[in-house]
Design a protein around this ligand. Structure first.
Ligand code: ZN
Length: 314
């Protein structure tokens, strides 16, 4: 069994409108934009990262805004809902704040004994906020959401699959333990993780595969401390028969990828070197950072890429 995985690292989704994406995740949800860079394979497309002050593993929501893509269609073989952790008693604040933006599908419920508010981001991302009184992670409060309400990182993510058995076995192999189940959802927990320790498996036998598009999760990444731990995980997965990519340098972490039996794309990402590798923590996400191989495109990219922030009126 793998012991090196310590919860989630990041969740990466597709989007269409970069400025809208930036507005919603940083202004509305109050996350800190910790990096603006571009897609390694498609440098005319942003890669935007939002998280806590430093972009700690287990807090980082990232997006690829492809300007012309269609909306995704929800289905199986994907991450269903990405769930953020908020303080106890804060959901009323969030309900009012999100209702004021006329977001669709706002719905309160109780899930595994915790209060939950489900919502759809403007481009369709299925998100939820859960009140978790046991979460002691320090939230980012620099975007106007105070500490008694602010998001502290991921609470959980759900995987939507046609058959949960093989996915559950894989997660157990990755160090997760079976926890409660309710309403057709099997919860697994990584004891001693980084705070983003829960995965829910939603089994939907008759549901078609999802179509990837704006609002869909592209992949979900799990955290390991360093490159040595990542190599150990890679070997364990290969020895078990998974087809795992070589280690890829993503500038702010190293990554390996593999497809789960249920069709979800998993990544294992290192906590090193982190988002302050090329900018001071005080100024994370303020300027466009480019992978070295795309640096020569900087002047073109400055005209192609949509401005993230509306110009301040004079
Ligand atoms: Zn990733």
């Amino acid at each position: 069994m793998i012991t090196e995985i310590k919860g989630l690292h990041h969740v990466t989704s597709m989007a269409r409108d970069a400025a809208e994406n930036n507005r919603f995740f940083s202004k509305t949800l109050g996350l800190r934009r910790v990096k603006q860079t571009v897609n390694f394979d498609e440098p005319s497309v942003y890669h935007l990262y939002y998280g806590d002050e430093t972009g700690s593993a287990g807090t980082v929501m990232t997006h690829f805004p492809f300007p012309h893509i269609a909306r995704g269609k929800q289905g199986t073989g994907e991450v269903g809902t990405t769930v953020f952790s908020v303080p106890e008693g804060s959901l009323k604040y969030w309900e009012d704040r999100l209702a004021a933006e006329r977001l669709g599908d706002l719905e309160r419920s109780e899930s595994f004994g915790q209060q939950r508010l489900s919502l759809r981001a403007p481009e369709g991302d299925a998100l939820a906020l859960v009140e978790d009184k046991a979460d002691s992670r320090v939230p980012w409060t620099g975007n106007g959401v105070g500490a008694s309400e602010a998001i502290r990182g991921f609470h959980s993510a759900s995987l939507r699959v046609r058959d949960g058995g093989a996915t559950e076995e894989l997660l157990k192999f990755m160090g997760y333990e079976k926890a409660e189940s309710a309403n057709g959802v099997q919860r697994l927990v990584r004891p001693g993780g980084n705070g983003a320790d829960l995965i829910d498996i939603e089994v939907l036998p008759g549901v078609d595969r999802a179509d990837l598009g704006a609002g869909s999760v592209h992949h979900i990444a799990f955290a390991v401390e360093n490159r040595a731990a990542q190599l150990a995980v890679r070997k364990a997965l290969l020895d078990t028969g998974y087809q795992v990519t070589p280690v890829i340098d993503r500038d702010y972490f190293w990554a390996i990828y593999f497809r789960t039996p249920g069709g979800v794309l998993f990544e294992i990402a290192t906590n090193e070197p982190g988002f302050n590798r090329d900018e001071d923590t005080a100024h994370l996400g303020e300027s466009l950072k480019l992978p070295q191989q795309h640096e020569h495109l900087r002047s073109q990219l400055a005209t192609w890429l949509q401005p993230l922030e509306e110009k301040e009126s004079a």
